[in-house]
Design a protein around this ligand. Sequence first.
Ligand code: CA
Length: 338
Amino acid sequence: MLRIPLFAGLSLMLASASVYAQSGKIVIAHRGASGYLPEHTLEAKAMAYGMGAHYIEQDLVMTRDDRVIVLHDITLDRTTDVADRFPGRARADGRYYAIDFDLEEIRQLQATEGFRLVNGEREPGFVNRFPLERSDFRVPTFEEEIELIQGLNHSTGRDVGIYPEIKQPEFHRAEGKDISSAVVDVLKNYGYTEKSDKVFLQTFSYPELEIINSEIMPAAGIDIRLIQLLRDTESYPWIFEAEGMRMLAEHADGIGPAHPLVIDPESTPGALHVSALVERAHAAGLDVHPYTFRADPGQLPAYAENFADLLEQHFFTAGVDGLFTDFPDLAVQFLQSR
Ligand code: CA
């Protein structure tokens, strides 16, 4: 008789658990809620958190004074006013590299929605997104962002994870900086040390992934989950061969492929061509988290009727375990509706 209330209590508890716990599928906020606020600002991260994302992404680069900051490009000019504030600090290619600036200089910059220069005029990357050069946004450090997310985990009782990416490790090494060791040190300081911790560390560089797994993490005494990003089949063709995923699994816990590697963009609504990638990755024990799912006008592949359809095709037809999206609210709502 005592068992009945015990089980009733248990099922209530499970029913209130997150979508993640129910389906195992995760929503990763790509550069934060970047569909709504300037990418990689703390505001975009707080919004993503409030929208129910399970993981929030950080792209990481280093400053001249060896600080790790949250920035997508190794250059500052697409998303800040660096060209106005520090004229003359560009390299010969006209770009302003974060690695040529100290953190105190980068703190003076206004961050903005991403733009490109067209005939000397700034044009937004996405016209429907947050307007250029409005309000007051900054480039955060990795530590500041972790403290935001961990602080929200404390105040809300949720357990949202982080999903840092090491940007261009070979560039950093050529500039005399070991960004992977710097990132691993920060992660360790903030308690991300085991595979059960809510972190995935990602990079496009397979050689770097191997170094992180076999040298940098053992030296730091940590062992967290690693994700190999895949932008095409040309960079590491062996990964796409039959045994490739098993070889990759010696150093990685999952893959982050561009979504055209999962579903052929030439597919039609009636004939969806799903590649062997997810099946092979799963057979090797690897998670699959494709990028980047955008609901902006003109971003939908021809084979999807609408954004929910695109999510359905990837989450449930192709069977991916999670995905990167600029619109975490829509993906969370989609999983809840399923
Ligand atoms: Ca990224």
